[in-house]
Design a protein around this ligand. Structure first.
Ligand code: ZN
Length: 147
């Protein structure tokens, strides 16, 4: 299910330079993390279908529960900057803690509203950077769109 970046012969090879650039943007965004409580510094970068790249970082709160993740931070910034019609073509998540950090359930559901099903999602896993199509990251999203 998870293809590791840097392996030869996997289907993500063609997209890897662009994904690696997106990962670097996510790492840069993590430098701005506000995480005085957990010290877990996370960054996310979204590439929109338009080609624009929007980044976000986690912003914690003393209440803990009001903390927002890097992925949702990037998503709300993307909508604020480019409007409600955005389509997310690729997602990269990075952290400065050397830990595995796939998007959490809340972020997966929020991304589902705007992401293309085939969009690659790259995130730190236990044994390298994992790349998965969004449809595998959240196979059954909640939705209210009537077909
Ligand atoms: Zn999250």
């Amino acid at each position: 299910m998870c293809a590791l970046m840097g392996n030869k012969g996997i289907e993500t090879d063609d997209a890897e330079p662009a994904l690696e650039e997106l990962m670097e943007k996510a790492r840069q965004a993590a430098q701005n993390s506000y995480s005085p409580y957990s010290k877990f510094r996370v960054g996310a970068a979204l590439r929109l279908a338009s080609g624009a790249i929007v980044t976000g970082t986690n912003v914690e709160n003393a209440s803990y529960g009001l903390t927002i993740c890097a992925e949702r931070s990037a998503l709300v910034r993307a909508v604020a900057e480019f409007g409600p019609a955005i389509k997310i073509a690729a997602v990269a998540v990075a952290n400065l803690n050397g830990a595995a950090s796939p998007p959490c359930g809340a972020c997966r559901q929020m991304l589902a509203e705007f992401v293309l099903p085939d969009a690659p999602v790259a995130f730190p896993a236990a044994d390298g950077t994992c790349v998965m199509p969004f449809r595998d990251v959240l196979p059954v999203a909640f939705g209210m769109k009537l077909k």
